[in-house]
Ligand binder design. Structure first.
Ligand code: HEM
Length: 465
């Protein structure tokens, strides 16, 4: 049903080909939408080997084997060449793209600002940004907005406010346009890597990507230079990165490393959460009864008053809704690695150098792991259901040492934004619109998420059940 008008509100999904695609179709599909090239066995088999031009890519879908790759034998894998080629030109050799000691140092430097006590201090900024968006929405009731774009703006405000203590002069629209050009070029990068073409090879959009990157880098460089000159004390990521020293050499981070890391946090820290929220709004529009349950929970927790930090932890069903939306639409639909030596996964041998993919989107829809996997059901994330499920059946944030450093930040932020926006507003999907799933590095609705902002009638506050 991808891309067509549906009669019943079944959420959009990818229809995998039964068999591996022949080479030319594979190339066309990889450029258009790589996730559509994953054949059915990726969804069904514990481990699947795909071959292209004599080279093997291994898809690991069985949770026990996933654990081997991401946790137990994590030291036998590094980030794959596709990821490096796609991200290093923009993000350099920072926390997301580095490996080994270089990665460890950067991870340790950033870790303290993601501790639970720190995350609590970010909640007021999250609530403020969400309330600003809500005010805007309330002033536009009856209009149609692109919720995908709306969420990008909201989460960018939050990441800039909490990590950089303000967005400075950064023009978010310009950044987003650059990010779109950039992501649209990613599939070319994936293809060129598959074809083993050299890194300098031109591809459509490359010039525009480089201009967008130069703009964002220049803005962040300017911000860092201002902060070096300023004697104002701030407890944010910029301060931490400027203060950190390499335990081996005792040297401070170079200007370039600081900028690369800030860019990484700006990029990794807002689009993913924006997509989680976009897909959540989509699913809630298809399931008004679940949206009602969420609103009821919010009204009960806040007793009809403003949302405050202490309410956020009580919003367990709201959180389950976000978790379930990320099962159906994981913002990062695949985690990519490459083996650095021969590795045994159960009875299977992964040869040194083999790209090894954890196809998160496919794992989240495996019939072996999930009942009616295409159905939206937030009760799957009730504590008793989570307890009996395999830990590695659900991987929106990855797992092991490279697990998303912003996981708690993102979940808190998503709950805050949802809880704030759903009060008073009911975003309703444009009738007949079926979003098409598109994989770049993230999983997006190809043509946005047009939704009409309808008023939500006031609720009476129910007693907690
Ligand atoms: C719903 C939102 C998010 C999702 C789905 C998500 C997903 C992921 C995934 C799957 C990884 C692991 C990649 C791998 O193993 O190759 C990752 C890593 C990372 N994420 Fe997130 N992320 C989200 C939000 C955030 C936020 C809010 C931040 C920062 C504030 C952030 C910063 C990072 C960083 C820096 C890494 C690299 C960590 C490392 O390699 O040590 N992410 N994310």
């Amino acid at each position: 049903m991808n891309g067509r008008v549906a009669a019943v509100p079944q959420p959009s999904k990818i229809i995998p080909p039964d068999e591996p695609l022949p080479p030319l179709r594979l190339i066309r599909t990889v450029v258009r939408n790589p996730i559509e090239a994953w054949p059915k066995p990726v969804y069904e088999q514990p481990l699947y080997r795909s071959r292209f031009m004599g080279r093997e890519t291994v898809f690991v879908s069985d949770p026990d084997l996933v654990r081997q790759v991401l946790v137990d034998q994590a030291d036998a894998f590094i980030k794959a060449e596709t990821l490096r080629r796609a991200l290093q030109p923009v993000l350099g050799d920072a926390i997301l793209t580095a490996d080994g000691a270089r990665w460890r140092w950067q991870r340790q430097a950033a870790a303290p600002i993601f501790r639970p006590d720190q995350i609590r201090t970010y909640v007021p900024a999250m609530i403020a940004a969400a309330e600003r968006r809500r005010e805007l929405w309330l002033s536009r009731l009856g209009e149609e907005v692109n919720v995908a774009q709306e969420m990008l703006h909201t989460t960018f405000d939050i990441i800039a406010e909490t990590m950089l203590s303000g967005r400075g002069g950064i023009d978010v629209d310009k950044v987003e346009k650059g990010a779109t050009v950039y992501s649209d070029s990613i599939s070319w990068v994936i293809l060129l890597t598959l074809l083993r073409a050299p890194r300098w090879m031109p591809y459509p959009g490359r010039g525009r990507v480089e201009r967008a990157r130069d703009y964002l880098r220049a803005e962040v460089e300017r911000m860092v230079a201002e902060r070096r000159r300023s004697d104002q004390e701030r407890n944010d990521l910029v301060t931490r990165l400027l203060a950190v020293t390499d335990p081996e050499t005792g040297r401070a981070m170079s200007e370039r490393d600081v900028v690369d890391n800030l860019l990484t946090f700006l990029v990794a820290g807002h689009e993913t959460t924006a997509l989680a929220l976009t897909w959540t709004f989509y699913l809630l529009s298809l399931h008004p009864e679940i949206a009602e349950r969420v609103v009821q929970e919010i009204e009960t927790a806040t007793q009809g008053g403003s949302l405050r930090q202490e309410h956020v932890e009580a919003l367990s069903y709201t959180r389950q809704v976000v978790q379930e939306a990320m099962r159906l639409y994981p913002p990062a639909p695949v985690v990519v690695r490459a083996a650095i030596r021969d590795v045994h996964l159960g009875n299977e041998l992964i040869r040194a150098g083999s790209p090894t993919y954890i196809p998160v989107y496919a794992i989240h829809r495996r019939h072996l792991l999930w009942d009616e996997p295409d159905t939206f059901d937030p009760d799957r994330f009730a504590p008793e259901a989570v307890r009996v499920r395999h830990r590695y059946a659900y991987l929106p944030f990855g797992a092991g040492p490279r697990i998303c450093i912003g996981m708690s930040f993102a979940l808190t932020e998503a709950v805050v934004i949802l809880a704030t926006l759903l009060r008073g507003v009911r975003p309703s999907l444009r009738p007949g619109y079926v979003p098409e799933l598109k994989q770049r590095i993230t999983l997006r609705p190809a043509a946005g998420m047009p939704m009409q902002l309808q008023p939500r009638t006031q609720h009476t506050v129910a007693e907690p059940s």
